[in-house]
Design a protein around this ligand. Sequence first.
Ligand code: ASN
Length: 482
Amino acid sequence: MKNRLMTLVTTVVAILALGTGLAKSANASEPHYIIATDATYAPFDFQDKNNEYVGIDQDILATIAKREGFTYTLKPMSFNAATQAVASSQADGVIAGMSITDARRQVFDFSTPYYRSGIGWATAKNSKIKSLSDLKGKTVALKTGTAGAQYAESIKDQYGFKITYFSDSDTSYRDVINGNSAATFGDLPVLQYAVKNGTKLTVQNPKDPFNAGDYGFAVKKGDSAALLAAFNKGYAAIKKDGTYDKIVNKYLDAKASTFTGSAASNNSVWGILTSNHSAFWSGLKETLYLTVVGIVLASLWGMLLGVMGVAKSKFLRGLSTTIIYLFRGMPMLVLAFFIYIGLPAVSGTKISAFSAGILTLVLNEGAYTGAFVRGGFNSVDDGQMEAARSLGLSHAKAMRKVIIPQGLKLMVPSFINQFIITLKDTSLLSAIGILELTQTGTLIVTRNSQGFRVWAIIAVIYLIVITLLTWLSNWVEKRTRS
Ligand code: ASN
């Protein structure tokens, strides 16, 4: 048993190490960085129709990287997760239309300010609300962890409004347009860009934003000095030679609305599918990859937990019960954040989002699997063990030859169920920046504002895959039964 346990642990560690290694492998001669971003933040950070990351921030970063001779891997996630990823050293820097504030200076070192911004507030186009005092008793939609949210929180009691949070700007705009919230607070240039691209909001303070301030590129305080210096050096150069102005004008001049393409492109279901097929496909591949690796490892881990749960040794049984209790009792999203953001912050070692995602799946799904595997073995009739023992089989042999085969058959439906749950749970990993199917949907909706159609397409894709997975599992079940 010990040997097998060791083999399993080694395999898991090897796979995770491989995941981490792959994420890091890059041209060794140039420094390579992980840069987190909020890719739902047009005109600063978003995906264009070809699913390339574009925007003022992205063009600035790409130009500077080329000039200064570094490469980077971009990690799109919510703004809140992006800043946490840098604070916990999971990413080297963040560029995300990030306002330089005193509170943030405690945690981050900022580059030279590169864009003047400020907080605006907006209501639905036809709204009667015209001043902040009209917000009394109403709800305001905010994006978690942003300077806009912080400002709204600071005046919430004064104006008597309530607050609801979202992890991206577009969803908070939708909440206002749909009438659930009365207003939203966010960066003025971003709100104005959304309105220009057809988002049905009215900005109430276009001329006088609150808390006017600047955007900066940020690294963790005291870390990544070379990256920050390279950014500043490159920024000074592109500011001087006019490249910076060209980039800004490219996104902000009159024709810029063609970037998000909500008006210009074909927004029928078919149009959305064809113009984004490569994004859907790569999101689906990532989901499938997570699912397959997650299912295999979680099943192995779960079986081990289950076998430990019916072992003779009280210690092993107790260990299995504790592990199952711990990881079944923890919401998967909390576990994912804990592994991806919490642990590296104290241990100082990076873990790639993919490895963190797989570890989350294995621990969470494995705990559920462990519970039903243990239950399956326990539900094999006691007489079976007694009969096997009276025939002279040792406890271990009786387990292996009699109890486990019977128990496994009982567990098949639970396994199939768990596989489906694992597939669906991968969607939660979008929160730590894994570009799987759900995160792909978020990025596409940000671009085309077609929430209903895009989410319907994503839902249908999940359903198709789940149906195929169920068929496959049932087919395997039938074959193993005979
Ligand atoms: N402008 C926001 C902030 O600095 C960042 C964002 O929403 N991407 O808080």
